[in-house]
Design a binder for this molecule. Structure first.
Ligand SMILES: Cc1ncc(COP(=O)(O)O)c(C=O)c1O
Length: 409
């Protein structure tokens, strides 16, 4: 049977994630991989969760083994509202939806906002999972470069003025202008950059001027190792135009597949409708575990422990880079203030894509930076993850990478 021509246009646009394909190559035990984005299993509170599971299965199996409301378990939603309030963001029950982690939130946002041929604005580079999720809905990307203060708002201003010129009159304006701006303002994946307060305010101002939705994705926000916290864009927003994506993946466990979205009630309502067609509800079991974990006061100390653990790993990676990397004009890296990733820029004439196969021969792996540029470019960049490899592997892996770079020169 010829199945290919039965696939939908969307399915034909899909491809496997380059990162997952590269990870397969990097699967040999002798390879030190900086390619994944996995939290360290050492941070998982397995013993605590084991006790919680026994308790909820004994005391409330009628809740944890049942379907939940699509919006999520009320108890968990109330706890999440309190969590956000402690961190400067006030939301109401009707403004919060529990999701099957942020990747689902991205897909649902694509589902409710994007028609084939629509434009969305993303940072250049941006998170590959978001690019793939939006791409499936037939989107075109307008990319805005970043510097060490995050998305360059003067470039955004120019791009929006251009887009407006070709958007047509009032009737077509909302169909033709970008459906949203997607940003990861804290320790961005992949670049590690944090958007400054000034840029956040400028971004909001532009979104107000052009009446655009902002999607603010902050999976790493609570993993800050140094520097002062910058307010959430949503906390600065008076017009309720920011949709926030949160997740337990980097502060508790990605295996629980649990996250939440906050947005204006009308957007949440639409997301609920879209989610009903996707999975009816997020695992009540995961939700009940997370609720109990928070109620027992374990979340805040858990986050603190993760911060300490990852801060040390980042310091080890930076130390190794300083020790081993050759001093080449144009070779530099961005030291992130948090998160899980460090971004390396090679001299312009070097190609990290081409170098990848040789890296595997040297038993070290990274993610090619070009994978994160939806409209091409970034061939001299790479992303390194420091959360998963052991301390010794970080040092040895950077040494191998430095040897490879010297050879390439
Ligand atoms: C920026 C960003 N958004 C969303 C996700 C998806 O995370 P999850 O679905 O585990 O919540 C990730 C995962 O790495 C990410 O880096």
């Amino acid at each position: 049977m010829e199945i290919r021509n039965r696939f939908s246009v969307s399915a034909r646009r899909m491809g496997r994630s380059i990162i997952r394909e590269l990870l397969k190559l990097a699967n040999k035990p002798e390879i030190i991989s900086f390619a994944g984005g996995l939290p360290s299993p050492g941070t998982f509170p397995a013993a605590e969760l084991s006790g919680i599971c026994t308790d909820i299965l004994t005391k409330t199996p009628h809740v944890s083994l049942q379907y939940s409301a699509t919006e999520g378990l009320s108890e968990l939603r109330e706890l999440l509202i309190a969590f956000l309030k402690d961190r400067g963001l006030v939301v109401k029950m009707e403004e919060l939806l529990v999701t099957t982690a942020s990747q689902q939130s991205l897909d649902l946002l694509g589902k409710i906002f994007i028609d084939r041929g629509d434009t969305v604005i993303v940072e250049n580079p941006s998170y590959l999972g978001a690019i793939s999720a939006f791409k499936a809905y037939g989107v075109r990307f307008t990319t805005i470069d970043m510097d060490n203060e995050g998305l360059i708002t003067t470039d955004l201003k120019k791009a929006l003025a251009e887009l407006k010129k070709s958007a047509g009159g009032d009737a077509e304006y909302y169909q033709n202008m970008p459906k949203f701006i997607y940003t990861i303002p804290d320790f961005q994946n992949p670049s590690g950059v944090t958007m400054s307060l000034k840029r956040r305010l400028e971004l909001l101002e532009l979104a107000e001027e052009y009446d655009l939705v902002i999607i603010e994705d902050v999976p790493y926000r609570w993993l800050r190792y140094e520097g002062k916290e910058v307010p959430l864009i949503s906390a600065l927003d008076k017009g309720r135009r920011v949709v926030n994506l949160f997740t337990f993946s980097k502060i508790l466990s990605p295996g629980m597949r649990l996250g939440w979205v906050t947005a204006a009630p009308m957007i949440i309502d639409k997301l609920v409708q879209a989610k009903q067609g996707t999975d009816l509800c997020t695992s009540a079991f995961s939700q009940a575990i997370a609720a109990e974990y928070i109620k027992r006061g374990l979340l805040d100390p858990g986050i603190e422990a993760n911060i300490k653990f990852y801060r040390d790993k980042l310091a080890i990676m930076i130390g190794a880079l300083e020790e081993y990397m050759p001093r080449l004009p144009g070779l530099k890296w961005i030291v992130p203030e948090g998160g899980l990733f460090l971004w390396i820029m090679l001299p312009r004439n070097m190609d990290a894509d081409e170098m990848f196969k040789r890296a595997i021969d040297h038993n070290v792996a990274y993610v090619i930076g070009s994978a994160f540029f939806p409209n091409g470019g970034g061939h001299n960049t790479m992303r390194l993850n420091f959360s998963y490899p052991s301390d010794e592997e970080i040092v040895e892996g950077i040494r191998r990478l430095a040897v490879l770079i010297k050879e390439q020169v």
